[in-house]
Design a protein around this ligand. Structure first.
Ligand code: ZN
Length: 137
């Protein structure tokens, strides 16, 4: 894996949390994006090479809403950048990790992503992500 690409943080309310993180990081939110396929609104901040991704549920029964119900607001996942997501998925499967999706799926911020089941990673929800190519996708 190349680096930590971003850390995902579950929040109840983006419009409340964006100014809070702008203050905390002293860096403006550079992008918000609704990802209907994942039932979330996202907001991104840059801290050096790594991003912070805030996640707000679009509905009361979305995965982020359920996460907050169980654990409260806070760190939701760690995303690692990979060069070749399919090869990395194959490697991790062989190592015995449990993948939550069989093929890479579109994520926020122009990425292809895949999640690993936290049961196989000591309770940490891990995301693999790879920048979508400009052509052909
Ligand atoms: Zn993410």
């Amino acid at each position: 894996m190349v680096k930590i690409e971003h850390i995902g943080i579950a929040v109840e309310n983006l419009s409340r949390s964006i100014p809070l993180f702008e203050k905390l990081l002293n860096s403006p939110c550079y992008k918000t994006e609704k990802l209907a396929s994942e039932n979330v609104n996202t907001a991104f901040f840059l801290t050096g090479e790594t991003k912070i991704e805030l996640l707000e549920s679009l509905t009361h029964d979305g995965v982020i809403a359920k996460f907050i119900e169980k654990k409260g607001e806070g760190i939701h996942h760690i995303a690692f950048e990979v060069d070749d997501i399919e090869a990395e998925m194959e490697r991790l499967l062989k190592e015995g990790f449990v993948l939550l999706n069989k093929s890479p799926k579109p994520g926020a911020d122009n990425k292809l992503v895949c999640f690993l089941h936290p049961k196989s990673t000591n309770g940490v929800l891990v995301e693999l992500c790879m920048e979508k190519k400009q052509t052909g996708q």
